[in-house]
Design a binder for this molecule. Structure first.
Ligand SMILES: [Zn+2]
Length: 166
């Protein structure tokens, strides 16, 4: 028995607002493509920390994505699976691609160093680079089929060209 009078339709929600709030943000463990190889990062793109040791024997606190550098680009790419593997969990996935960067910049990302320590090869690494080779099946939880919402196109403070150069 349905009491028609007691039925209240759910309040109309703006479509997708909840989804935007959660999945619209940056992935916690993004897939980053460096020199044609995909890696699963240990943390969000702008939190990947330099592994070099400073002169005070602490780990450098700078991030690999430095304000004065270009960084990569979020791109939807096919989920490439090896021949003979099961079907990949999705057709396309969001990848932070460094393909447009010069070779040396991509090497810097792979060695997980800030620009200063990339230029100081004598500084020892205090930590291991955290890149994990990306594999679509074990890492299927980290496959995002949509591009993250970026918030870098903001005011002048967000423009790296106007930023303070060290
Ligand atoms: Zn550094």
């Amino acid at each position: 028995m349905i009491d028609a009078g007691a039925f209240t339709p759910p309040p109309a929600e703006p479509a997708g607002s909840a989804a935007l709030a959660t999945s619209g943000c940056r992935p916690a463990r993004p897939t980053v493509q460096i020199l044609y190889v995909r890696y699963l990062a240990a943390r969000p793109v702008d939190e990947i920390q330099c592994v070099a040791q400073t002169r005070r024997r602490h780990r450098c606190t700078h991030t690999v994505l430095a304000p004065q550098t270009r960084g990569g680009q979020w791109t939807l790419m096919p989920v490439a699976a090896h021949v003979g593997q099961l079907a990949p969990p999705a057709d396309t996935m969001a990848v932070y691609s460094l393909a447009a960067l010069p070779y040396t910049e991509q090497l810097r990302w792979r060695s997980q160093r800030c620009p200063q320590h990339a230029a100081t090869p004598t500084a020892a690494d205090l930590a291991l680079a955290e890149w994990e080779p990306f594999d679509p099946l074990p890492h299927s939880d980290h496959i995002h089929t949509r591009l993250p919402t970026l918030r870098r196109r903001g005011g002048p403070a967000d423009d790296p060209r106007r930023g303070v150069r060290a």
